[in-house]
Design a binder for this molecule. Structure first.
Ligand SMILES: Nc1nc2c(ncn2[C@@H]2O[C@H](COP(=O)(O)OP(=O)(O)O)[C@@H](O)[C@H]2O)c(=O)[nH]1
Ligand SMILES: [Mg+2]
Length: 453
């Protein structure tokens, strides 16, 4: 595989549809396309970039396959930064296959997954965070996730990362210049100023890292686990929240044995709603395995809806074993006479009373969830950045190295070791956007300090 070849792929989903779009990219894409796409009768003017042209697709033997339209984009003004041709024809299975075969016979190679975006990245059309923003956009399930993805695609995260990176380059370059060229009389800047700059960078990294939880929720959904004793009405609540009968509801205890999962859009936040097997003593068998899954689900949960049957005395109800701050108590079956013991309990922990039969209290529960789940939803709107787990990993590596640099610096450690940790910091930040360039530090040293006259 080289970047010299012309790649081709169907950009629309497989199967039957009104239209299908086939895209070619690479030096010579116009030549390859020209062997397959012939101007429709009477249209023989030269093919101008960015103008739609009616064409007929022909196979290697010259037999006509399909009619459609084509547009070409000249490098570097295209998605990939290379010459690109897009052919839109009819969306049939066989016709698309024949056109693809014709392009391949004419010299194109079938593209691998993500190869167009990879070329766009390699050609400097976008950084890694922007490429990831495209994937986020395609996979977004709520409007909020969609908006966050669009902003990342348009460089909101790239700008923040690049600012951190620029600061790290400057810091590293300055320190190394002071270290490597003592005869130059560079202001050592090694005292308080140097430390202040390191701290400033650490604060910047930490504030980006704070967006990781939000990023995970926007991409994967917030994990909301419904747990409680058997027959409390957990599956009924799942169904009520979803608005359709997803889980089996029955007066028989132990009906739900596996976890049941469904996506819900809660005020723009994607929520993974997880119904679980009821918690009770079960020593073996499938029910035991179900209960183990419930416990695992609660451990991973962002929020646990603890459902209890309000007709039963509180003392008799087995309560869930989860961190109290991520638990919300729901007292179910409010249509039936409630046990007086819950009045006190309710006052203690601001429980929600609901009935799955009359739907009483369900709207209030949803509102309550929205408030709990989306703390400061409006501030999410203001701050578009939400990092993903890969960014988080690299930024944590950067933070660790920078902390080590600061500790060494404070403890009077070897300057070479400080420099090494600073380089590691820079490398980790650069990896977020896919830009790692050792030459750059040298460039900054020679550029900023004019060494080596
Ligand atoms: N009266 C009344 N019965 C309910 C309510 N919610 C659930 N139930 C009944 O309680 C039983 C257990 O419900 P289910 O959702 O399967 O409970 P789970 O075991 O916690 O999943 C079923 O017979 C439901 O019809 C409610 O709000 N009011
Ligand atoms: Mg159930």
């Amino acid at each position: 595989m080289t970047e010299e070849d012309v790649i081709v792929a169907v950009a629309t989903p497989p199967g039957v549809g009104a239209l299908a779009l086939i895209r070619l990219s690479g030096p010579g894409a116009r030549d390859v396309a020209g062997r397959v796409l012939k101007p429709a009768a009477g249209k023989s003017a030269p093919w101008k970039a960015r103008f739609v042209r009616r064409v007929v697709a022909v196979d290697a033997a010259g037999a006509e396959i399909d009619d459609g339209i084509a547009v070409c984009y000249d490098a570097p003004r295209s998605f990939t930064g290379e010459d690109v041709v897009e052919f839109t024809g009819h969306g049939g299975v066989l016709v698309v296959q024949r056109v693809m075969e014709a392009f391949e016979a004419a010299g194109a190679r079938a593209a691998g997954p993500g190869e167009f975006s990879q070329r766009a990245f390699l050609n400097g059309r976008m950084d890694l965070t922007e490429a990831e923003g495209i994937m986020d956009l395609i996979q977004a399930r709520t409007d909020l996730a969609l908006r966050a993805a669009r902003r990342q695609m348009h460089g909101a995260l790239r700008e923040e990362v690049e600012a951190l990176r620029a600061a790290a380059v400057k810091l590293t370059a300055h320190y190394e210049a002071w270290l490597d060229f003592p005869e130059e009389g560079i202001d050592p800047d090694t005292g308080r100023a140097m430390r202040a700059r390191m701290i400033e960078l650490a604060v910047g990294i930490a504030s980006l890292l704070e967006t990781a939880a939000r990023g995970r929720i926007l991409r994967d959904g917030l994990r909301l686990v419904i747990a409680g004793a058997p027959n409390a009405g957990k599956s009924s609540i799942l169904n009520c929240l979803l608005g359709f009968e997803r889980a089996i509801v029955s007066p028989e205890e132990g009906t739900t044995r596996d976890t049941v999962e469904e996506m819900l859009n809660l005020g723009g936040v994607p929520v993974r709603l997880i119904d679980t097997a009821g918690l009770r003593q079960a020593d073996q068998g499938i029910e035991r395995m179900g209960i183990e899954r419930t416990q695992a689900a609660m451990t991973d949960a962002d929020l646990v809806l603890e459902v209890v049957d309000g007709t039963r005395p509180p003392q008799s109800v087995r309560r869930v074993d989860a961190e109290p701050e991520k638990c919300l108590l729901v007292i179910n079956k409010a249509d039936l006479p409630s046990h007086p013991g819950w009045d006190e309990a309710e006052a203690d922990c601001e429980a929600c009373r609901v009935s799955c039969v009359t739907r009483h209290g369900l709207d209030a529960l949803v509102a309550r969830l929205r408030d709990t789940v989306v703390p400061g939803l409006s501030s999410w709107e203001d701050n578009p950045v939400a990092i993903n787990s890969r960014h988080q990993r690299e930024l944590e590596r950067a933070a660790t190295a920078l902390r080590a640099a600061i500790d060494l610096f404070d403890g009077g450690g070897e300057p070479e070791l400080v420099a090494e940790e600073l380089r590691e910091t820079l490398d980790a930040i650069g990896t977020v956007g896919g830009r790692v360039d050792a030459e750059e530090i040298l460039g900054a040293i020679f550029g900023t300090f004019c060494i080596g006259k």
